[in-house]
Design a protein around this ligand. Structure first.
Ligand SMILES: Cc1ncc(COP(=O)(O)O)c(C=O)c1O
Length: 311
């Protein structure tokens, strides 16, 4: 991981090595934090944060679902992120805001613990590799089910909930696959450990909806819009496990993985075993949108005002 010079912590810009919390931080023990994963890309108009406002809205919603008010306004977080990127001198980077219950009472009711916030940025390449984006990755269906709304809140991008993804990710990598696909509590397809899933059959696209316990991915929405604008039919519906193996094409979307095709699941080739034409068409426009090469989706970009790096 490439570090940066500065991290924004509770309103201050501090050196990377000084961005510390107390060991009795509530979130460290009980997972009471919510976070975002966001990316900024170098574009002709300058460094551009992809769908920044949507990510800020989602962290606010995630926090609310766990009884937290953001300790800074979304506009303050937005401006802090701009300044952080500028002062670190990054042209493109990954952005990680985190809001969490801090040091205070150690009981399970966190409502008297302070709510803290930080934003970190670092340079991070394609999560499943450039090769993965080009040729597709191999995935397995995880033996772990996605957390259900019976016991947690799948809508919230909450730190503690990620133990579910961590287990599935470890399991899939140990078994020699690049990604794990989780089924929901009903045994229907949900999503990857950090990505939403799309299947293509006979030219039509389907993706699981909120009743499958998905995280409402922002790139999922972008892919749906792009696919529809390209003239494809996109349906949000339950997807049975068997449909994975008989699909013509499958791809995943997420901030870290961007749009990555899947070429094999459980050792079965998907379609021809190579990314198909629908995946390629959506991926191409999606990449253009991310990198500011698309006028049509230009308003998805939050351009970072230029400031001199702190060095
Ligand atoms: C569990 C999970 N599902 C889906 C996604 C995709 O969401 P997004 O497209 O907003 O990055 C992510 C990544 O944030 C995730 O962690």
């Amino acid at each position: 991981m490439n570090t940066a010079d500065l991290i924004w912590l509770n309103g201050e810009f501090v050196a990377w090595e000084d961005a510390k919390v107390h060991v009795l931080t509530h979130a460290l023990h009980y997972g009471t934090g919510v976070f975002e994963g966001i990316r900024a890309y170098e574009t002709e108009r300058g460094t551009a944060i992809f769908r920044h406002q949507d990510h800020l809205d989602r962290i606010e919603a995630s926090a609310k679902l766990y009884y937290m008010d953001l300790p800074f306004s979304k506009e303050q977080l937005r401006e802090a992120t701009h300044e952080l990127i500028g002062r670190n001198g990054f042209k493109s980077c990954y952005i990680r805001p985190l809001v969490w219950r801090g040091y205070g009472p150690m009981g399970l009711n966190p409502l008297d613990n302070p709510v803290e916030a930080m934003v970190a940025v670092w340079e991070w390449g394609a999560y499943l590799g450039e090769e993965g984006k080009r040729d597709g990755v191999r995935a397995r269906v995880s033996s772990y089910r996605r957390i259900s709304a019976d016991s947690l809140i799948p809508h919230s991008k909450a730190s503690g909930q990620y133990l579910n993804s961590v287990l599935a990710k470890i399991e899939s990598e140990k078994a020699g696959y690049e990604e794990g696909i989780l089924l929901d509590q009903r045994g229907l397809v949900c999503e990857g450990t950090g990505e939403n899933l799309f299947i293509v059959k006979d030219g039509k696209i389907a993706t699981p909806g909120f009743n499958s316990s998905i995280l409402g991915g922002i790139n999922r929405l972008s892919a749906i819009t792009i696919a529809q604008d390209l003239g494809y039919e996109v349906v949000e519906r339950d997807v049975a496990r068997g449909e994975l193996y008989t699909a013509d094409e499958i791809f995943m979307t997420g901030t870290a993985a961007e749009l990555t095709p899947i070429r094999e699941i459980d050792d079965q080739a998907i379609g021809t075993g190579e990314p198909g034409p629908v995946t390629r068409a959506v991926q191409e426009v999606f990449e253009d949108a991310l990198h500011g090469r698309s006028d049509r989706y230009a308003d998805w970009l939050d351009i970072v005002p230029q400031v001199a790096p702190a060095k």
